[in-house]
Design a binder for this molecule. Structure first.
Ligand code: PLP
Length: 293
């Protein structure tokens, strides 16, 4: 039986001196965060969520590289990736055997005035996402209110970083839930498809798997990246480009992709049924479950 496990990093970045392995096992049932931690008071930090299936951690290197890229966008000190890597392994071992785990890595700017970052890794049994994977989700398109070139024009908005200020993303999900939908596809103020609050958007257009390009102020998705490798194996072309909102209604298939849920077909968009292919979705899911990098 899997449980929750927690690892606290004593040297999460190059700003803290490294003694020993740079982390320690902690009791997940005890309080550990100070009320002056800038992660808590300002949402000033970065994070990653990684899936573990049948004991195999998925796309670990890509997640660690993205953690480092997000930290750089927030001008945080560089994460010590080798410490995070071993801390992830320790957290998974501490959680015990489970069909699926969700592992969350959090790095904050730390306690106010100390100049020391805070970091932890928590592993826990993954929520059951089987219904979304096999039956699909109903999504709403919602305007994010930014143009698609926002990352270039306004880098201080941190679009494209996986930062801990997810209150807006959670508010968008509540907005969708209140209207009977399960999820959201954000669109830019100039009509481009962006991403979900916790997922990348993937479409099948003819014989091509398409995703919005990361030059449009969105997160580079590790699951979408792995889906592109599936496409190459399945004889489909791939393209990362600007996707017009109107393309969603006519695509052969739209999915929301993320590390723990893997891929969920969008079966209804803004109240209109979308086409989707159960066989292709099953093949993609099988690929994502069984390839680990
Ligand atoms: N876009 C956003 C905003 C996300 O929060 C996430 C994941 O949480 C993704 C995309 C998908 O990324 P990944 O597939 O690496 O989990």
């Amino acid at each position: 039986m899997a449980t929750t496990s927690l690892i606290l990093l004593t040297a999460p970045t190059t700003a803290e001196e490294l003694h020993g392995p740079g982390y320690a096992v902690a009791d997940p049932g005890r309080p550990h965060l100070r009320v002056t931690d800038l992660g808590a008071t300002r949402g000033d930090g970065v994070f990653e969520t990684i899936g573990v299936i049948d004991g195999h951690v998925q796309a670990l290197t890509s997640h660690l590289e993205r953690l480092a890229a997000s930290a750089e966008l927030l001008d945080l000190p560089s994460p010590r990736l080798e410490v995070w890597r071993t801390a992830v392994a320790a957290a998974i071992q501490g959680a015990g055997a489970a069909p699926e785990l969700s592992v969350k890595l959090v790095l904050t700017r730390g306690e106010e005035g100390t100049g020391r970052c805070t970091g932890w890794v928590r592993a826990a049994p993954a929520p059951d996402t089987s219904r979304a994977r096999t039956e699909g989700v109903r999504a709403l398109t919602l305007d994010r209110g930014y143009r698609s070139d926002v990352a270039e024009t306004s880098p201080w908005l941190l679009q494209g970083a996986k930062y801990t200020s997810y209150a807006v993303n959670m508010a968008a999900l509540r907005h969708a839930h209140a209207r009977g939908a399960d999820d959201v596809i954000f669109v830019s103020s100039d009509g481009a498809v962006l991403e979900g609050p916790t997922a990348s958007v993937l479409l099948r257009v003819g014989d091509t798997l398409v995703t919005p390009g990361t030059d449009q102020g969105i997160l580079p998705g590790t699951t979408q990246d792995r889906a592109f490798r599936f496409a190459e194996r399945a004889g489909l072309a791939t393209s990362a480009r600007r996707v017009e909102v109107s393309e969603l209604a006519v695509a052969e298939q739209v999915w929301l992709c993320s590390s723990v849920r893997l891929c969920a077909p969008v079966r209804e968009l803004d109240g209109r049924e979308l086409a989707w292919d159960r066989d292709l979705t099953a093949d993609l899911l099988q690929w994502l479950r069984t390839t680990h990098d």
